[in-house]
Design a protein around this ligand. Structure first.
Ligand code: C2E
Ligand code: CA
Ligand code: CA
Ligand code: CA
Length: 279
């Protein structure tokens, strides 16, 4: 009956409308958040296993709402990615990192590098290299202090556009890391083409180490592949000493995870650096 059919579709589009309405609400809330400066960064250490020290930090965004609740990035970045807003959030992140870096350097981490996550819409913008240069230049920071983390999904969506932008960024001195390695398209020829200096093994694979044979095989193979291509290999989500032992055994370059340190705000990093300084 034609009528029933019509009412069914009406119902469908009703739910769809509700989803769209919720996203619009979230988008306008995020816009306000940016204006009110409600975003903040936490930094998680990336530890080098050859030099036995923290060589880099990953900047991770959070949103502190007016009522004090803290919203994790998984709950708002995907929505922001649906619009240009992500570009403005991304610029805010880089600018904040550039404000924080000199303080970290002054606190006894002169050669620390900061990893910054980048979403697809940011990376499809031809202006990105110029804008990044303007931001680091104004802050007096060398581009080599910044490592941009990109997922395969981001790169592959428009490889024709992203590859020239990546090459330009590397020419300017920025580093690029391939994030969530193993989760996406993972074309091996892609790995050969990309101007990257490191790959990050996604933490879903680490979760199976050491009890899951397949996960162990995957992690070992990614480490081997990366090292053979002269890339640094960073393991994400390292939570136990057993996992760390496994990674050491197979010569993984760097580790990141709760074992070596949770993400913390700048003030905590600075306080810790103060404490570790020779008196
Ligand atoms: P990601 O890039 O894969 O970042 C690593 C995530 O793993 C972070 O979650 C971090 O807190 C978490 N993590 C680190 N070590 C461990 C561990 O040992 N165990 C477990 N269970 N988790 C660990 P977080 O901060 O919630 O970020 C989630 C995602 O949000 C990130 O995943 C990234 O894709 C995105 N994101 C975060 N900050 C930004 C940003 O500034 N811009 C963009 N575009 N995306 C961001
Ligand atoms: Ca990342
Ligand atoms: Ca990941
Ligand atoms: Ca990710």
């Amino acid at each position: 009956n034609g009528r029933n059919l019509v009412s069914y579709f009406c119902h469908e589009s009703d739910t769809q409308q509700r989803v769209v309405a919720a996203q619009l609400l979230m988008l306008s809330a995020l816009q306000d958040a940016l204006q009110r400066n409600e975003f903040f960064l936490e930094y998680q250490p990336i530890r080098d296993l050859r030099h036995e020290r923290t060589v880099a930090l990953e900047a991770l965004i959070r949103w502190r709402k007016a009522d004090g609740t803290v919203v994790p990035p998984d709950q708002f970045i995907p929505v922001a990615e649906q619009s240009r807003l992500i570009v403005f959030i991304g610029r805010w992140v880089i600018e904040q990192v550039c404000r924080d870096l000199p303080r970290l350097q002054a606190a006894g981490m002169p050669d620390i590098q900061v990893h910054v996550n980048m979403a697809a819409p940011e990376f499809l913008d031809d202006d990105l290299p110029r804008e990044l240069m303007a931001i680091v230049g104004a802050a007096g920071i060398a581009p080599s202090r910044i490592c941009l983390e990109l997922t395969e999904g981001v790169i592959m969506r428009r490889i024709d556009k992203t590859l020239p932008i990546m090459r330009e960024l590397v020419r300017l001195g920025f580093e690029i890391s391939l994030d969530d390695f193993g989760m996406g398209y993972s074309s091996l020829s892609l790995l050969k083409t990309l101007p990257i200096s490191s790959i990050k093994i996604d933490r879903v694979f680490l979760q199976g180490v050491p009890h899951d044979r397949d996960d162990c095989a995957i992690v070992r193979t990614i480490i081997d592949l990366g090292l053979n291509m002269r890339l640094r290999v960073i393991a994400e989500g390292v939570e136990s000493a057993t996992q760390l032992g496994f990674l050491r055994q197979f010569d993984c370059t760097q580790v990141q995870g709760y074992l070596s340190g949770r993400p913390v705000v700048l003030a905590s990093l600075l306080a810790a650096a103060q404490e570790n300084r020779p008196k």
